[in-house]
Design a protein around this ligand. Sequence first.
Ligand SMILES: Nc1ncnc2c1ncn2[C@@H]1O[C@H](COP(=O)(O)OP(=O)(O)O)[C@@H](O)[C@H]1O
Ligand SMILES: [Mg+2]
Length: 205
Amino acid sequence: MRGKFITLEGIDGAGKSTHHAWLVDYLRQRGKAVLATREPGGTPLGEKLRALLLAEPMHLETEALLMFAARREHLDKLILPALAEGKWVVSDRFSDASHAYQGGGRGLAPEKLTVLENWVQAGFQPDLTLVFDLPVETARQRLAKTGAAPDRFEQETRDFFERVRQTYLARAKAEPDRIKIIDATESLESIKEKLEEVVLINCFK
Ligand SMILES: Nc1ncnc2c1ncn2[C@@H]1O[C@H](COP(=O)(O)OP(=O)(O)O)[C@@H](O)[C@H]1O
Ligand SMILES: [Mg+2]
């Protein structure tokens, strides 16, 4: 039986990585074989592209093309083989992030992203996408507290992240069956309860 493909999305500082680790653990405890992965990245080539994408200034179309190039590799080498083996795949970001960041944030025309998505994914989509939603200011405060040096995206303006957030919310509204909004302002404990509920309803039926 084919495994499930779950993706975590949201602006920087929303809690994706924190809850990615928790969800992978939770699914393993329930007896699932899980591939834990992330974008951009996942594969050796993808991680090299990630390092460039997070640090190197580039044209917005170059950025979108490299994101989808890394994704092509990720699908071919990791995601599709794992799902075919019956593993569940949990990815910290996937294509919704390209629409939100390169589309909403940077202003790349949605039609161009659709061309790339159709090319690379040919209709393939996650079974479930969790969008961690919170005000931009709250996310910034959380990131500031970590003390880590901000990457090329984390250095972006409030307006940029506001557009990214709104694009995620619009996509969730357009695809309510696949994309579920998680209120990321809540405590870690209540978010975990919510995640468990959403995953049980949508992936264990
Ligand atoms: N619900 C929450 N309440 C308080 N702090 C949180 C919450 N979720 C995440 N954090 C903290 O915010 C910071 C950013 O979380 P992280 O999971 O790295 O976000 P992302 O991967 O979306 O950028 C971390 O220090 C994390 O511990
Ligand atoms: Mg993260």
